[in-house]
Design a binder for this molecule. Sequence first.
Ligand SMILES: Cc1cc2nc3c(=O)[nH]c(=O)nc-3n(C[C@H](O)[C@H](O)[C@H](O)COP(=O)(O)O)c2cc1C
Length: 209
Amino acid sequence: MELDPESLPIRERYALLISSILPRPIAWVSTISPEGVPNLAPFSFFTGITSNPMTICFCPINNRDGRPKDTLVNIRATKQFVVNLVTEAMAQRMNLTSAPFPYGVSEFEKAGLTPAPGRKVRPPRVAESPIQMECELFKLVDVSDGPLGGHLVIGKVVHYHADEAVWNEGRPRHQDLKAIGRMGGAWYSRTQDAFEMPRPMTAAEELKP
Ligand SMILES: Cc1cc2nc3c(=O)[nH]c(=O)nc-3n(C[C@H](O)[C@H](O)[C@H](O)COP(=O)(O)O)c2cc1C
């Protein structure tokens, strides 16, 4: 099977992307409008970039009518956001916050989530989430405009919060975190079926079968 993306309708390209790049971690991004109304939405085009400086990125795609997501509107205006991690226990509430509520409606209220104040940024954290990363906008790349156009939001992590319940020897334990991942269609994955495989430390070791 071979495909030229340019020959496909835009929706088909999207389906190909989300069914091919998986599982994807979910950034539950909280922002605040200049008027002070919080906003919360999940984004699975999300990853870390580097630890020096500690940077992460996610991609809000424009709506089909070309309007930008509320998250992007707020980040352009305030230059700040928080990435909250999503666990199995929070899956339903996370999904609810992806509904297309009008600008100015707080998804915290709609999903019954508790806003906790940021230490270094104005957007609130999701108190129920076990890991929260406060970010300052590092760079915004407008890849394309118009319907389903996309944007790359790069954030510098300026403060990190973790629940003691998932914390062990200086980092979160995935066994306790129980994060979920997004796949194609409406499918999700759990992270409890993990396996361990240390990296080879020498080139010779790498050659062993
Ligand atoms: C698990 C999940 C992952 C999502 N990932 C993305 C994404 O990477 N980019 C995007 O633009 N929308 C994504 N969405 C859809 C947005 O969450 C949805 O459009 C939301 O209404 C945007 O909210 P906002 O307008 O308040 O920013 C995702 C939805 C779900 C449920």
